[in-house]
Design a protein around this ligand. Structure first.
Ligand code: ADP
Ligand code: FBP
Ligand code: MG
Length: 527
């Protein structure tokens, strides 16, 4: 709920905690101020432009705020709009697996801190409800009719999440009425469902992709909720990225509006790791590990010929995390290009200069480029191309082929130098594989946390690890901003130090507001 407040913004407020609100689409550099009105237990967030201190938006959110600055960003519960909903003892109490667990159930007071890098007198800051089994559940096992849907692009581990939701519901809660929705959101109203049992999903985690198939586009809130209602479904597990989670929020809102006792649980998925708040998305580590094979191949090819230049294009539509971490892990990469970091080809300090210098030094070099990097350059050669996919995501121009051709032309026609280009594009390869061991364990905890949350009556939440502890996060929090690489973070500095590539930030860039603004807002959690 947005509330315009005309009160002058007083900087003297003791609990004023300014931080940069670096929204992707806002041309201004507004600063979010949070004023804690402890007496009334709610927080008013003011969005103020940095340039002229004009109030852009104020937001009242129903958070629990204490006088020590502890803010609980809570998630909805079915009893919020169904106060008479009965509860039952959690069947886990009788589970032999949990029989000896010291503290089987998570206390309703348990929360997870969003910021763990603190000083002794800073406010305790934002916390989220800790994920896990509760003493009481709001569904009788034999009354649960759950469904699972997977949406958007692939990433390693989707099948493991599906498998562990089915097995978790069945083994921990005795639920045996679970439907698979096929083909993403539109599967709710355009496809038959498939029955999911532990036997059916037994070994799907060994295969990449999604057992339920997926799609983009096709989200029609009313048609989906009508179908959920008609099928008598009362738990919905939605696996997908930022777009999917926005869709899940609309489904939850419609369920609440209709007053239906249906739990809606979001499970974040994206190969790009572009989802905010959570530590990282499942499958990301597997993808980075798989990318090593492509980078190694490019390095072997480049060092085996005269002036070999290997180029590897990796996924990353708006966020360059895969390229950055694959580069850092490899140590054979000379230059990493990501959507967040501008670069230029010609002139002093440009990429062509750097390639020539590196070839003179080592006789070969490897470039890793995220598919979303340099789009503005490629578009200059293909004016008017601005297509989107069925979900509204930008369709990218092929930076890999464009860059390969540009480098070839420069060295053959301008520098009259022989170079051997080797271009590798493993983008779909790294996301279509099964998840590795550590991601399998991550997917298990994620799936079980979602099941515990839904059974305990929480709804309208996205589950995920925050500082390595799984939590229930309001869906709006994970969709309000895209997780991108911060050029002012130490991790990007580590990359620059490991490749010794130019920062490509010439003096005019550094003077530009958005870079200076970002530099001033050194993320306190940067590692
Ligand atoms: N803002 C939105 N509101 C409702 N549904 C959305 C929204 N954005 C995307 N979706 C739906 O979510 C699904 C997946 O979205 P997409 O962006 O393709 O992948 P991902 O969620 O994995 O990033 C699609 O079916 C799309 O229609
Ligand atoms: O799967 P498509 O439609 O080919 O789209 C490819 C795009 O999907 C992504 O893998 C991300 O997809 P999600 O956001 O759905 O996870 C991008 O890295 C890539 O640019
Ligand atoms: Mg996405």
């Amino acid at each position: 709920m947005d509330l315009l407040i005309h009160s002058p913004l007083s900087r003297s407020s003791p609990s004023l905690s300014p931080f940069l609100f670096n929204s992707k689409n806002t041309t201004l550099n507004p600063v979010f101020h949070s004023l804690n009105f402890d007496s009334r237990n709610f927080q008013i967030k003011l969005l103020v432009s940095r340039q002229n201190h004009q109030l852009i938006r104020a937001q009242v959110s129903d958070q629990i705020v204490n006088d020590d600055g502890f803010v609980l960003e809570d998630v909805p519960h079915l009893t919020n709009f169904l106060p008479d909903l009965p509860s039952y003892p959690n069947p886990l109490q009788k589970s032999q697996a949990y029989a000896i667990v010291k503290k089987t159930f998570v206390s309703s007071e348990d929360s997870v801190a969003q910021n763990i890098v603190v000083q002794k007198d800073t406010p305790r800051g934002v916390h989220f409800r800790r994920a896990g089994p509760r003493e009481k559940v709001y569904f009788k096992s034999d009354e649960v009719r759950a469904c699972i849907v997977t949406c958007g692009g692939l990433c390693p581990g989707i099948n493991t999440v599906i498998r562990e939701i089915v097995c978790g519901l069945n083994y921990m809660y005795g639920v045996d009425n679970i439907l698979g929705i096929e083909g993403g959101y539109k599967g709710f109203y355009s496809r038959n469902t498939t029955t999911l049992t532990p036997k059916v999903v037994n070994d799907i985690h060994k295969r990449g992709g999604t057992f339920l198939c997926t799609s983009r586009g096709g989200h029609d809130t009313n048609k989906i909720v009508d179908n959920i209602q008609d099928r008598g479904i009362n738990q919905v597990y939605i696996i997908g990225g930022d777009g999917t989670q926005r869709g899940a929020a609309l489904i939850y809102k419609e369920v609440e509006k209709r007053g239906l006792p249906i739990a809606v649980a979001g499970i974040p998925k994206t190969i790009d790791n572009d989802i905010a708040v959570i530590d990282k998305s499942f499958g990301f580590d597997t993808a980075v590990e798989e990318a090593q094979r492509a980078i190694n191949a490019a390095h072997v090819e480049a060092e085996s010929v005269e002036n070999g230049v290997g180029i590897v294009k990796l996924m990353g539509r708006y966020s360059g995390f895969i390229a950055m971490f694959a580069t850092l892990a490899s140590r054979d990469v000379d230059c990493c290009l990501i959507p967040e970091s501008p670069f230029y080809l010609e002139g002093r300090g440009g990429l062509f200069d750097f390639i020539e210098q590196r070839l003179k030094e080592n006789g070969h070099m490897v470039i890793v480029v995220a598919e979303g990097a340099g789009q503005e350059y490629v578009a200059q050669n293909m004016p008017g191309v601005d297509e989107k996919d069925a979900s509204g995501n930008r369709l990218l121009l092929d930076i890999g082929l464009w860059l390969t051709q540009k480098i070839k032309d420069h060295f053959s026609k301008v520098r009259k130098m022989t170079i051997n280009m080797k271009y590798i594009d493993p983008t779909y390869m790294i996301r279509a594989i099964p998840s590795n061991a550590s991601d399998n364990i991550y997917c298990t905890l994620l799936a079980q946390s979602a099941v515990h949350g839904a059974m305990a009556g929480y709804t309208g939440f996205t589950v995920g690890p925050v500082n390595s502890r799984h939590a229930y996060i309001p869906i709006a929090r994970v969709t309000e901003a895209t997780n991108t690489v911060k050029l002012t973070d130490r991790m990007w500095a580590r990359l620059l130090a490991s490749t010794n590539q130019p920062s490509f930030l010439n003096s005019s860039d550094v003077l530009q507001n958005d870079i200076t603004g970002a530099i001033n807002s050194m993320n306190s959690n940067s590692i």
